[in-house]
Ligand binder design. Structure first.
Ligand SMILES: [Zn+2]
Length: 328
């Protein structure tokens, strides 16, 4: 699909779905935050509503009135249901409003489509109300849900959806998207893609907010400097970074992002993801500790991510890593 980047497998599945006979009434796009789940859901909505599509093709035409309305967010039969501004959870009233709207026939499209991003933010009463719609779907309604935490979704909701797993994008996919769609100069796109960790949504936000880039560079810098800190200093900083699960999760993700470059450098690769000083540090460390040590520590980082998801103590997890960190 022209309007979305990465996750080709997921795209193909949706393209095939519209070419087949029946279409499922509920889809759930899963994967980390800001990788383009809602963007893909909206592109799918465009594909479903397109009136100019070649029936043999899995692409929306992009030119018919319907496609243009979906692109501009003005299609009366494609509704995005989100929490109110300033609120974190989607209230049950919003779900009830949606259900009322779902009982009406589409105004101009073939389907009445609702896009519900991050449904883990839905209050339990809302999820129960939604379940009713999933159990007895009206033939013209299609629900497109997204979630970065599918494990907290009611199993009864999950089991009624076609689940479309999505992954972070590769740095090349992110930089290609930034250059093509957002007309960013190639060098700038590459640097930003290195920091984005596969999250195009973050990269697009960061392109407009230089402070996001500064903040991430600073965080990576802190992590990179652990490798040259004393044992006591490493322990102290690891304790501070692992003050809660949220913060530890974030640190581990960035740590693994930078450490992949250490492994690449140790293996003699030249296609590192980072730029500037962060890249130089990864190269120095990689050359110094070698491939074996750097790979062992990357595995430890990935294991720590799994352990954290299985409720390991965040502070302890980071402290153990800080002590295992190969220095020189
Ligand atoms: Zn179209």
């Amino acid at each position: 699909m022209r309007g979305v980047y990465g996750n080709r497998q997921a795209q193909l599945r949706l393209e095939r779905a519209v070419q087949g006979d029946g279409i499922s009434h509920a889809w759930l796009f899963t994967g980390p935050a800001e990788i383009g789940k809602t963007a893909l859901a909206l592109e799918f909505a465009k594909l479903l509503q397109c009136t100019g599509r070649d029936p043999a093709s899995g692409e929306p035409c992009g030119e018919c009135l319907s496609c243009r309305k979906v692109s501009h967010g003005t299609h009366p039969d494609v509704t995005v249901i989100e929490p109110k501004k300033g609120e974190r959870t989607l209230k049950v009233e919003a779900v009830r409003d949606m259900i009322r709207l779902a009982s009406l026939t589409p105004t101009e499209g073939r389907w009445r489509i609702f896009v519900l991003p991050d449904i883990e933010r839905m209050a339990l009463a809302g999820a129960n109300a939604l379940l009713k719609t999933l159990e007895e779907p009206s033939p013209q309604v299609i629900l497109l849900l997204t979630s970065s935490e599918p494990e907290v979704i009611l199993p009864t909701v999950l089991s009624r959806c076609q689940v479309v797993p999505m992954l972070p994008l590769s740095p090349d996919e992110v930089s290609a998207a930034l250059a093509e769609r957002w007309q960013m100069p190639a060098d700038e796109a590459k640097t930003l893609a290195g920091l984005a960790n596969g999250r195009l949504g973050w990269a697009v936000r960061a392109a407009e907010n230089p402070e996001l880039v500064e903040q991430r560079t600073h965080e990576l810098d802190e992590i990179a400097s652990l490798a040259t800190a004393s044992r006591d200093e490493r322990l102290r900083r690891a304790g501070a970074l692992g003050k809660d699960v949220e913060s530890a999760r974030r640190v581990l993700e960035l740590w693994a992002l930078w450490w992949r470059d250490v492994v690449l450098a140790a293996g003699g690769a030249s296609h590192l993801v980072m730029a500037g000083e962060l890249r130089a540090r990864a190269e120095r460390l990689g050359h110094r500790i070698g491939l074996n040590s750097s790979q062992t520590f990357l595995r430890a980082l990935l294991d720590a991510q799994l352990a954290l998801e299985a409720n390991a103590n965040p502070r302890l997890t980071l402290e153990v890593l800080a002590l295992d960190l190969p220095t020189s």
